[in-house]
Design a protein around this ligand. Structure first.
Ligand code: SAH
Ligand code: AVI
Length: 332
């Protein structure tokens, strides 16, 4: 079969250009609402999905190459070591649906291990990055139909135009850890609905571990993670007529043991007033904006969470140092 990139090529048509402009407008409106609301409440917070504009996605790619950031390295090694075994446990698969697909580099390993795969549907909110990644994947896997979907995976209720067939979901990188337990449950329940009866789900989940490993992974020596966090304020300046001085905020990563999660904040280094869309927000020195959570789960903790949404464990794979886990689940 010839490589099919129909939904990407459609981007060139005028109607597709209008749809793209409408998506961008809606995304900017959602960003504006989240920022104005999040800066008005106490404690202040902005949802982490807004970290991923084009610049944020590129900075996340830089994070994945850091020595301190073990999750990408270890998850890749797990897919390389156990890809064949995972594929055997998964069984026949026609359609792979990936949530928060990013660069899709790890996905290639999974695609290689699934010989009967016909269609790949990556879902991501970061449009330009998604389109580039989908083109790369399509070129690398001739014969695979690639149908990228731009959108928020917590709000994707249907996969328009997706063919019938056996479905496997893939949620890599421990992005599920960026959701609260409540939101993760709702996401897993929606994914069950989206993937449908008899589907399976492969999810990468970061494990609890020593703070000596965990903290540097989120506060690296070269300041790449800090740049990733601060890009959120730069994005407010670019898109929402903001005047954040990004040199006057500091990236802060800490572990909240009670919640079992890394928390990332941007702390104000001075007393200052910032304007966004014509509104003023006064910060005292030390006042923080909560920008990200990254929950860590033991294998049984994650299996218990998945069970609340109807997903049963098939098998979990971990590395020798117990840094990261890959869970294969099936619907009960
Ligand atoms: N899975 C990839 C990328 C992880 S980074 C990997 O393991 O390397 C998280 C990805 O999820 C980014 O590409 C980001 O744009 C996307 N993302 C984050 N929140 C999202 C949301 N609510 N809906 C859709 N995509 C989201
Ligand atoms: C995408 N996500 C799983 C990353 C994480 O590890 O929580 C995002 C990240 N934030 C800072 N470093 C990496």
């Amino acid at each position: 079969m010839a490589s099919d990139m129909s939904s990407l090529l459609a981007e060139d048509r005028p109607s597709a250009a209008a749809a793209k402009a409408a998506r961008r407008k809606a995304e900017t409106a959602a960003f504006a609402e989240a920022v104005l609301e999040g800066l008005s409440r106490r404690p202040r917070s902005i949802p982490s999905r807004f970290l991923y504009d084009a610049a944020g996605s590129a900075l996340f790619e830089d994070i994945t190459k850091l020595e301190e950031y073990y999750p990408t390295r270890v998850e890749t090694a797990l897919l390389e070591a156990f890809g064949k075994e995972i594929a055997e446990c998964v069984g026949d698969t026609d359609i792979l649906v990936e949530f928060g697909s990013g660069s899709g580099r790890k996905t290639s390993l999974l695609i290689d291990a699934l010989p009967g795969l016909d269609t790949y549907i990556p879902i991501d909110v970061s449009e330009a990055f998604l389109v580039e990644a989908a083109k790369r994947l399509s070129g690398k896997h001739p014969g695979l139909t690639v149908k990228p979907v731009v959108g928020d995976f917590t709000r994707t209720r249907t996969l328009v135009g997706a063919p019938r067939g056996a479905r496997l979901g893939f949620f890599s990188g421990s992005t599920i850890g960026n959701l609260t337990h409540e939101d993760a449950k709702a996401f897993l329940a929606n994914a069950a609905h989206l993937l449908g009866k008899d589907s399976r789900f492969l999810i990468g989940v970061d494990l609890k571990k020593s703070l000596d490993i965990l903290i540097p992974a989120y506060d690296d020596a070269d300041g790449v993670t800090a740049a990733f966090s601060l890009n959120l304020l730069a994005r407010v300046n670019r898109e929402l007529d903001g005047d954040f001085d990004t040199t006057k905020f500091a990236h802060q990563a800490s572990y909240n043991a009670r919640e079992g999660r890394i928390e990332i904040h941007l702390g104000s280094l001075t007393s200052q007033t910032v304007r966004v869309l014509g509104r003023s927000f006064a910060f005292t020195k030390g006042e923080r904006i909560h920008t990200e959570n990254s929950h860590k789960y033991s294998v049984p903790e994650f299996q218990a969470l998945a069970a609340t949404a109807g997903w049963r464990p098939v098998k979990a794979w971990t590395d020798a140092e117990d840094l990261f886990s890959l869970h294969l689940l099936r619907l009960a």
